[in-house]
Design a protein around this ligand. Structure first.
Ligand code: GLU
Length: 298
C-alpha cells in the first residue's frame, strides 16, 4: 500500500510585496516539504486584502523567481467563500458558537477573574440570554462576531523547532462582525481541505497554533506538524519591514537574495535545489536573522 504524501504550504497575505524575511520563510517551508517527500502548495490569503490581486501576483512571481515550485495552481481564499460558511454552520449547529458584540475596547476594559490567562477573551457575551443578546444588538447597532465556545484554556501542539508548545485557547473569533471568516478559522479549514499536514511559517504565529490545532481536532481533522521558524529582524532588533529600505526581491535581485538566504542558513549552495541537498532541520538557526538592508551585500 502506498501512503499518499501529505503537503506543506506557504500562505502569504497580499498586503505588501514579500521582503527577504518572508522569502526566507517560504524557502524554508519549501525545503521542509520537499525534504520529506511532501507536495508543496501555495495559498493566497486574500480574505482581508481583497483588492490586492496585483500584489498577490507579484508575490507568486517572486517565489517562482527564487526557484520554488508548487504542485497545484495557487489557491485564492476568496474563490470559495462557501467553504467557510459551511464550517461555521456546522459549528453553530453543534452549539459551539456564540454571538459577541464586544469591541476591542470592551474586551480590554472587561473585569477579569484573578487567574484569567493574559490575552484571553473575558467571556462577556458567552452566557447572554436571548433577551440580553437582542438588547446588546440594539445598543451596538452592529452585527455580532461569532466566537467559539471552547472547553479548555490551553492546548499543546508539536513543533519541530519548539518541541511541545502549550499555549492559550480562549473563545476566539471564527467569523468577524463584517461576515469575513477569521484567520484562525480560515487557516484550519483551508489546510484541511488541501491535505496540509506540515505547517512551516514565521514564529510570530507560534502562539496562534494551539487555537488552530484545537479547532482542527474539533472539526475532526488531523493536526499538522508545525515548524515555526525564526523571523528576520532589522538592525534595531525590530521585525523587518518594507520601510527598512532595500528588502524586496525587486530591490535585492534574485541572485543576491538567494545568496543572502543561503548564507543566513549556513548553506553553500545558492539555489533552492542546492539548499535542499544540504537541508537538515536539526541544524537550522534557532535565533532571528538580523538583516541590515543598507549594509553592502557581502
Ligand atoms: N497569511 C499569514 C501571513 O502572511 C500566514 C498564515 C499561515 O502561514 O498560517 O502572515
Amino acid at each position: 500500500m502506498t501512503i499518499p504524501p501529505g503537503a506543506g504550504r506557504f500562505a502569504p497575505s497580499p498586503s505588501a510585496d514579500l521582503h527577504i524575511g518572508n522569502l526566507r520563510t517560504a524557502v524554508l517551508a519549501w525545503l521542509f516539504a520537499r525534504a520529506t517527500g511532501r507536495r508543496f502548495l501555495m495559498r493566497v490569503e486574500d480574505l482581508d486584502d481583497r483588492t490586492h490581486g496585483d500584489i498577490a501576483e507579484r508575490q507568486l512571481a517572486d517565489l517562482a523567481a527564487l526557484g520554488l515550485t508548487w504542485d497545484e495552481p495557487a489557491a485564492w481564499q476568496t474563490s470559495h467563500p462557501e467553504r467557510y460558511d459551511s464550517v461555521v454552520d456546522d459549528l453553530a449547529g453543534r452549539g459551539l458558537l456564540f454571538e459577541c458584540y464586544c469591541t476591542r475596547r470592551d474586551i480590554a476594559a472587561a473585569p477579569r477573574a484573578p487567574h484569567a490567562p493574559q490575552g484571553a477573551y473575558p467571556g462577556t457575551c458567552r452566557e447572554l440570554t436571548d433577551e440580553q443578546r437582542a438588547q446588546r444588538g440594539r445598543e451596538t447597532g452592529r452585527p455580532p462576531a461569532l466566537r467559539l465556545r471552547t472547553d479548555t484554556t490551553e492546548y499543546t501542539v508539536r513543533d519541530l523547532l519548539h518541541g511541545d508548545y502549550t499555549g492559550l485557547v480562549d473563545d476566539f473569533v471564527v467569523r468577524r462582525g463584517d461576515g469575513v471568516p477569521a484567520y484562525n478559522l480560515a487557516v484550519v479549514v483551508d489546510d484541511a481541505a488541501s491535505g496540509i499536514d506540515q505547517v512551516v511559517r514565521g514564529d510570530d504565529l507560534l502562539a496562534s497554533s494551539p487555537r488552530q490545532a484545537y479547532l482542527a481536532r474539533l472539526l475532526g481533522h488531523p493536526e499538522p506538524v508545525y515548524a515555526h521558524v525564526p523571523l528576520v529582524l532589522n538592525g534595531d532588533g525590530a521585525r523587518l519591514a518594507k520601510r527598512d529600505g532595500a528588502v524586496t526581491l525587486a530591490e535585492i535581485g534574485v541572485a543576491d537574495a538567494l545568496r543572502l538566504i543561503a548564507d543566513s542558513l549556513g548553506y553553500s549552495a545558492h539555489s533552492v535545489d542546492g539548499m535542499l541537498g544540504e537541508f537538515d532541520p536539526a541544524r537550522l538557526p534557532r535565533s532571528p536573522w538580523i538583516f541590515r538592508p543598507d549594509a553592502p551585500v557581502p
